[in-house]
Design a protein around this ligand. Sequence first.
Ligand SMILES: O=C(O)[C@H](O)[C@@H](O)[C@H](O)[C@H](O)COP(=O)(O)O
Length: 262
Amino acid sequence: MSIPEVLLHRDQDVLAEAAAARLVTRIADAQAARGTASVVLTGGGVGTAVLAALARTGARDAVDWGRLDVWWGDERFLPSGDPERNETGAREALLDHVPVDPARVHPMPASDGPDGDDPEAAAARYADELLFAARPGEAPRSSFAVPSFDVLMLGVGPDAHVASLFPGMPALEERHRAAVAVRNSPKPPPTRITLTFPVLQAAREVWVLSAGESKAEAVRLGLSEADPVKAPVAWARGRERTLFLLDGAAASRLPAGAPSAS
Ligand SMILES: O=C(O)[C@H](O)[C@@H](O)[C@H](O)[C@H](O)COP(=O)(O)O
């Protein structure tokens, strides 16, 4: 796994704009190199702000949206279109404003979808969709085949959770399923679906996006040798690169020597 790199930004707005610009470049580079690209979106305030910033920038036209696969790292298990769903936020912020190929946008199943209100079945369906999308020869070495995501974005909770992988919960230890259901989530709503760590760590690049003082301790743990069961963000690492894209407040507990906010 790659050593995390810290990039600091003056505030959340600059962080969102800079991350959006970085995402455009990363997708365009992947498409130039391999004719396609694959990203994993995150819910949360910063993750959605990055998508909105991307929708606003003229540079968005450097992306061939028809050759981009869009996945989610986690989802609230609610009816389709529910404003609390990460998919709803992503469509409103970006996906409804760019010419994506609907067949290449892969939302996690909703609670009124084919599996009804069975989150375990819905998670298994998403794991199958990931398996089907894995390109032989490209899929990274892992205990199961998943697409080789170019960028996987994660927000961080004050408790150091990423996606819907919360401290001390069973989903953290999952090694054999690509996606699992989460019940009794400490962050509402209580029922969710999440990718598991083997999938997160199969991504070429993992970007941890965090802003605000409330995340400073979680960020510090994420950049230390913390126990991932207590601080799941400590396991947020990409195969090739791991970026912590932070504002000054979220970085305020990092040891001296961290780069100064840009
Ligand atoms: O579905 C979710 O709730 C998110 O995926 C979750 O992992 C989020 O990214 C963090 O909780 C940070 O959220 P904020 O950026 O809003 O603090």
